[in-house]
Ligand binder design. Structure first.
Ligand code: MN
Length: 284
């Protein structure tokens, strides 16, 4: 199932290039009151929502291009991200010391993970707003994993049981010496979309082709089989430091080919079995 969020708080079921409004299924969610849950209640109750969607009377589909897509996760508790997690990207970063701060270019096993601010999260219906045009700002395509269950100290062998689904993530990044959490947390610098593709549609997230173009020019083309730490490794590693909650998003790291983006350009990104997104880049 491919679930999206669109316009103002609507839930959509994507079928090809069409979408059906299945917002009525949200009525199955439990009521909440202050203090509100800090995780995503829709993702937490995904099984019940899916059953409700299946039981809904058929509604007309509309073209996906006619709606404004939001992030498929609206209440992410945290955005966990892997730094350099493809060997070829590590190699290109080591070779370009002028752009990539030496202090930040190490193997992921030494660097660990970092967090991006949840306030940076947008869907593909919003534009990436370049906040500091004097600084080099790069695209990074990444397979994004959406956590479905609460867990800590999750074993590698059972990691997949904690995955609600997958999405395309863009980890937009200012290059420079500051902490990653600062350079990658600007408003609009975490893109997620077009949908949450439920885990049953992608039994194995290794071996997926990734492609990113800027104004039609291929910048990144890679395959998740070349991840240094796999999806399972990353879930186990992250959960050995902090509890993972439904709706937490794990950006699994970008492959080689990162490069600058400028206002006026359009990023198109696709991941095999996950979908495709097109996002505009504008001046803030
Ligand atoms: Mn990244």
């Amino acid at each position: 199932m491919r679930l999206c969020q669109f316009d103002d708080g609507k839930l959509g079921l994507i079928e090809g290039d069409m979408v059906r409004d299945v917002s009525a299924a949200l009525a199955t969610l439990p009521a909440s009151a202050y203090p509100f849950p800090r995780h995503d209640v829709l993702i937490e109750n995904l099984a019940a929502v899916r059953a409700e969607i299946d039981a809904l009377p058929a509604v007309d589909a509309m073209p996906l291009s006619s709606v404004r897509l939001q992030s498929p996760v609206r209440n992410a508790g945290k955005l966990v991200a892997a730094p350099v997690n493809y060997q070829a990207h590590l190699d290109e970063a080591v070779a370009d010391e002028a752009t990539f701060s030496r202090a930040h270019v190490r193997k992921i096993q030494e660097t660990g993970l970092f967090l991006k601010a949840t306030s940076s999260l947008i869907g593909m219906g919003s534009a990436i707003e370049i906040r500091h045009p004097d600084r080099r700002t790069d695209h990074e395509i990444e397979l994004a994993v959406i956590i479905g269950r609460t867990g800590r100290d999750i074993s590698v062998n059972r990691a997949r049981e904690y995955v609600a689904g997958y999405s395309i993530g863009l980890d937009i990044t200012i290059r420079g010496p500051e902490e990653r959490s600062l350079r990658k947390s600007l408003d609009t610098y975490s893109v997620l979309g077009p949908a949450l593709v439920t885990a049953d549609e992608i039994p194995d997230p290794s071996g997926l082709e990734l492609l990113l173009t800027v104004d039609g020019v291929v910048r990144q083309r890679a395959n998740t089989r070349d991840l240094i730490m796999t999806v399972d490794d990353l879930i186990a590693f992250a959960s050995s430091f902090y509890t993972l909650y439904p709706g937490d998003v794990l950006y699994t790291g970008t492959p080689e080919g990162v490069g600058p983006i400028m206002p006026g350009e359009t990023i198109e990104a696709s991941i095999e079995k996950v979908g495709a997104i097109s996002v505009a880049v504008v001046a803030a």
